[in-house]
Design a protein around this ligand. Sequence first.
Ligand code: DQA
Length: 152
Amino acid sequence: MTEQPPQPPLVMVLNGPNLNLLGSREPHIYGHDTLDDIAERLEAQAAALGLALDIRQSNHEGHIVDWLHEAGARGALAVLLNAGALTHTSIAIHDAIKGISVPVIEVHLSNPHAREEFRHTSFVARAAKGTISGFGARSYTLALDAAGALRQ
Ligand code: DQA
C-alpha cells in the first residue's frame, strides 16, 4: 500500500447570521471588507502556516451546530467562530462547542463589550478557548495565528 502524505491540520472558519452582508453592512462598525476578501487573506495565511481551511457562512443556527459537530468528527485543529448575533442568544451553539473536543476561538470584528448592553453576554465565550474581538477583519487573521499555535 502506498503511504498517503500527511494532511495539513484543518481549521474550520464558521460565520453566522448577516456576515454574508459584510462590506455593505454598517461599514462604520464592520468595515468595508467582504467575507470573500477576508477568506482570501485567510487562505494565503493558512498556506503560509501549513494549515487547511474550510470557510463557511450560514444565517441558520442549526447549520452552525451541525458544522461544529462536523469539526469534531473531522478532528479539526480548531474552529474560528463568529456566530454573529447568535453569540448572544444561542445555548445550542454553546452546548455544541462543549460537546466537541476541538478548541473554538470566538471571533468578532467589533468589540461587543463596547456596544449595546444586549451584546455583553456571550454564550460562545463561556465555552470557547478564547476570544479575539475589536480588530475588524484583522480579528480573523489574529485568530488564525492563535489556531496555528495550538499545534504541538
Ligand atoms: C459581530 C458582533 C455581534 O454582536 C453582531 O450581532 C454581529 C457581528 C462582530 O463580528 O462584531 O453580527 O459578531
